[in-house]
Structures are given as structure tokens and as C-alpha cells.
Write a protein that binds this ligand. Structure first.
Ligand SMILES: Cc1cc2nc3c(=O)[nH]c(=O)nc-3n(C[C@H](O)[C@H](O)[C@H](O)COP(=O)(O)O)c2cc1C
Length: 163
């Protein structure tokens, strides 16, 4: 049985944000590809939103280890449902960078900024559709930005677009 599980969480200070994102995406893409798991990750305003799609047991298992991950806390399931097919079939883990389109999406729902835990069931579905159509940022771009950030301590221009 295929399921789609979406949750939100709060980032905990760990390493530099870009390094964390690059590490998370590296592991996710490798593991998910091997296990036929698909999905999307969005990060902004100190919150993550992630959808995981795939075989129920596999998704539940990976979600158990994600919940224990020290890089975030307050992991809250927003929706979990059986699906006929995965929506993010093109991506082991699509990463969408913080963007104005998402800010406008939340403003239109009368939320000041990206606050995924406020979304109701229907709005979660709309947000997933929004992320499906949004531009992807590749792991190689995130990794290159992380490296350039690490090599230029204090140089934040590239960093801003991630928060
Ligand atoms: C926000 C967030 C999203 C994550 N998404 C995934 C994912 O989709 N797939 C995955 O394998 N690991 C993901 N991880 C990493 C896992 O939590 C964990 O580090 C990884 O599965 C390795 O687990 P292990 O160290 O117990 O082997 C994510 C971590 C965070 C913080």
C-alpha cells in the first residue's frame, strides 16, 4: 500500500544551516532512491515541511528515524493517507528553496508567514500542489552554496535565499 505522510518540525541549532540542509539532502536522496521513497522538503522561518511517499512500511520506518533526528524537534504529522500513486515520482527528495510564492500562499490564508502547523487538511493538499509546481533547487547547488558559505565565513549573500 502506498502512503503519503506530511509533517512539520522546528529546526534545532546544529551546524550551519546550509551544511545541515546539504547533509540531510545527501542522505535522503541516497536512501530514498534505494527504497523507492519520494517526496519534497521545504525549509523557511526555522521550520521544515516534508512529504514522504512510498510503501507504507518503508515510509513509517524512515519517519521513525527522522523523528529522532537531533537537527529538528516538535515533529508534527499534518497528514497521512493512502494514495494510488506518488505525486513526487520525479524526485527522491525535491528541495524547494524559501521563496516569495510560499510567503504569498500563507498570506492568502491569513497567516503572516510560513507556518505549516497552521494548515488544515485541505490547505496541506494545496501546499503540496504548490510545492509540486515550484522550482527545484538541486543538491549540487545546495552543497556548492554550503561549501562557499563555509569557505567565506560571514559572507551571507547566498545564505539569505535559504531562510
Ligand atoms: C528535516 C529532515 C528530513 C529528513 N528526511 C530524510 C529522508 O527523506 N530520507 C532519509 O533517509 N533521511 C532523512 N533524514 C535524515 C534521517 O533523520 C537520518 O539522519 C537518516 O535516516 C540516517 O539515519 P541513521 O543515522 O540512524 O542511519 C531527514 C532528516 C531531517 C532533519
Amino acid at each position: 500500500m502506498l502512503i503519503q505522510l506530511c509533517y512539520a518540525s522546528t529546526r534545532k541549532d546544529h551546524q550551519e544551516l546550509l551544511q545541515d540542509l546539504s547533509d540531510i539532502l545527501t542522505v535522503s536522496i541516497r536512501f530514498n532512491r534505494l527504497h523507492n521513497v519520494y517526496g519534497v522538503l521545504y525549509y523557511a522561518h526555522n521550520s521544515f515541511f516534508q512529504c514522504l511517499e512510498g510503501e507504507k512500511e518503508t515510509v513509517e520506518k524512515i519517519f521513525e528515524s527522522i523523528k529522532k533526528d537531533q537537527r529538528h524537534q516538535n515533529v508534527t504529522v499534518l497528514s497521512k493517507k493512502e494514495v494510488d500513486q506518488v505525486a513526487f515520482s520525479d524526485w527522491s527528495m525535491k528541495y524547494v528553496q524559501s521563496n516569495r510564492g510560499v510567503d504569498l500562499f500563507f498570506k492568502a490564508k491569513n497567516y503572516e508567514y510560513f507556518q505549516p502547523t497552521k494548515l488544515n487538511d485541505i490547505q496541506v493538499g494545496e501546499f503540496i500542489q504548490h510545492l509540486l509546481e515550484a522550482e527545484e533547487v538541486t543538491l549540487s547547488k545546495v552543497s556548492a552554496d554550503a561549501e562557499s558559505f563555509n569557505n567565506n565565513k560571514g559572507y551571507k549573500r547566498g545564505y539569505i535565499s535559504y531562510i
